[in-house]
Write a protein that binds this ligand. Structure first.
Ligand SMILES: [Fe+2]
Ligand SMILES: [Fe+2]
Length: 484
């Protein structure tokens, strides 16, 4: 099976959602224009209100819980994704950008209650935007009005602190947002499946496309974000991590963007079959008995069945099926499910297998409360190189993470704890930088960044060295929070 062929279905759905976002922005602007000259009962205004509300609802339907529009560096970002400005919509998009700029408004968020908004209330909201121009701090004024006047379905969004001077794509906030979108989109697929409802994959596909784009720009930020473990459901967090790590590894070995998107979506769905495993088995603290283990072993095949049933382009589905089936088979085919399969694992299968095991070892699980530190996990995996894992890919993976991967918690010779800030490679005599964690009132805060390559001018000795590595749960911290 070639992973390089085109998939018109995926491109089409990507464009459709983009068009919907663009239409929403245009209709928003059209309404602003009309409301300045017409009453709410005017025929044109009514039409514009209907169009604005119906497009918003459709977008909400596609995007889930909320629609966030942000204006940053002369562009709109809808759901964190840059809105392309096309010729035919440029006048409306740029006019609305002008409005945001004049009001000093960074963003607006429409939540699920937008579904129930009436024409009257939507018109009132537009009037508040127009009125805001007459006040000293228009954006703050508008924010307060929306709160006071009980516009439950819309709120203003303040600029993130890290916004100053950074483009959105360089902004770690984007990685954070993408992580949450990926998690929520996968969770909503899982919930729909459990309720027996048909589920599409348009939203996860869009997120994976955005993650892939970010991987080309800032691989390190993406890798760092996989240390997040604050979402409630292990399977979904794990799946997002495996998708991100797989995309980063695939990007390192030079896969095309199109292949990376397929790899990412396949990785995101690699454990979809776990939906069919009873929770008491998935969360069992002790060792599994034979029957329970057999039940777990069904998840790769069940995953394939679940993917087939997804409401998505069949060509795309066909291309992402194999890796979820293969991900526990192991490089030497000694794993499960039992099969008389004797062909080597696919490239995607081998990539996902490595990222899957790495993330599982470094996460806390019901049967192993103390997760392994990242370098210990890599050590265990290297011992099984050539048997469980493709040796060449595993080397790439180790290089990608650095000998001490970003986010590793270390104890320094000074007695302080710190986080590896950028991965180091001992072979190339390049040691990492460490972000020192300072303890204040029982909490850890960001301290200085130390360069371990530093040498004392008199003795030639390094003043700072690493004494031991630990897992972040030892301190009850989440590295991503400090590294962002
Ligand atoms: Fe699995
Ligand atoms: Fe997994």
């Amino acid at each position: 099976m070639s992973y390089e062929e085109t998939n018109p279905g995926a491109v089409e759905s990507e464009t459709e959602t983009h068009r919907l976002e663009e239409t929403f922005i245009c209709r928003f602007m059209r309404l602003l224009q009309l409301a300045r000259i017409h009453e709410s009962g005017n025929r044109l205004t009514v039409e514009a209100l209907n169009n604005f509300i119906s497009t918003g609802r459709r977008l909400l339907d596609e995007e889930g819980d909320e629609i966030t529009i942000e204006a940053s560096h002369g562009r709109f970002f809808v759901q964190g994704r840059k809105l392309l400005i096309r010729k035919q919509s440029a006048v409306f998009v740029l006019s609305l950008l002008g409005w945001f700029e004049r009001l000093g408004l960074y963003g607006l968020r429409f939540n699920a209650d937008f579904d129930k908004v009436t024409n009257k209330k939507a018109y009132d909201f537009i009037l508040e935007m127009i009125e805001a121009q007459n006040h000293n701090e228009p954006a703050e004024w508008l924010g307060k009005r929306l709160e006071e006047e009980r516009f439950f379905w819309v709120e203003t969004v303040a600029a993130p602190q890290s916004e100053a001077g950074a483009s959105a794509v360089e902004n770690p906030e984007l990685a954070h947002r993408l992580y949450s979108y990926a998690y929520n989109s996968l969770k909503s697929v899982g919930q729909k499946i459990l309720k027996g409802k048909p589920s599409g994959i348009r939203k996860p596909l869009r997120v994976i496309q955005d993650i892939t784009d970010l991987a080309f720009v800032n691989n390190e930020v993406l890798m760092g974000i996989t240390t997040i473990r604050d979402h409630d459901d292990y399977t979904f967090t794990h799946s997002v991590n495996v998708a991100i790590l797989s995309i980063c590894l695939g990007q390192q070995i030079g896969l095309s963007r199109r292949s990376l998107v397929r790899l990412g979506i396949s990785a995101l769905f690699h454990d979809l079959g776990k939906i069919d495993v009873p929770l008491e088995i998935l969360n069992k603290p002790g060792p599994l008995d034979t029957r329970e283990f057999q039940e777990i072993q069904h998840h790769p095949l069940n995953g394939v069945r679940r993917i087939i049933k997804l409401n998505a382009d069949s060509e795309l589905k066909a291309r992402i099926l194999l890796p979820p089936f293969e991900h526990h088979l192991r490089y030497d085919l000694s794993g499960y499910p039992e099969t008389d399969w004797n062909r080597p694992l696919s490239l995607f299968g081998r990539i996902i297998e490595i990222c899957d095991v790495y993330d599982a070892l470094t996460s806390a699980r019901s049967y192993r409360q103390t997760p392994l530190s990242q370098d210990r996990a890599l050590g265990i995996m290297l011992a099984k190189s050539g048997r469980d894992f493709d040796p060449v890919l595993l080397k790439w993976f180790v290089n990608l993470l650095g000998v001490l991967p970003m986010g590793t918690l270390v104890k320094l010779n000074t007695g302080h704890f710190g986080l590896i800030y950028n991965g180091g490679n001992f072979k190339e005599d390049h040691l990492p930088k460490v972000l020192v964690l300072r303890q204040q009132n029982g909490r850890y805060t960001k301290g200085e960044i130390l360069d371990l390559n530093q040498r004392d001018t008199k003795t030639g000795q390094p003043p700072y060295t690493i004494e031991s590595t630990h897992h972040p749960t030892d301190l009850g911290i989440q590295p991503a929070v400090y590294l962002m």
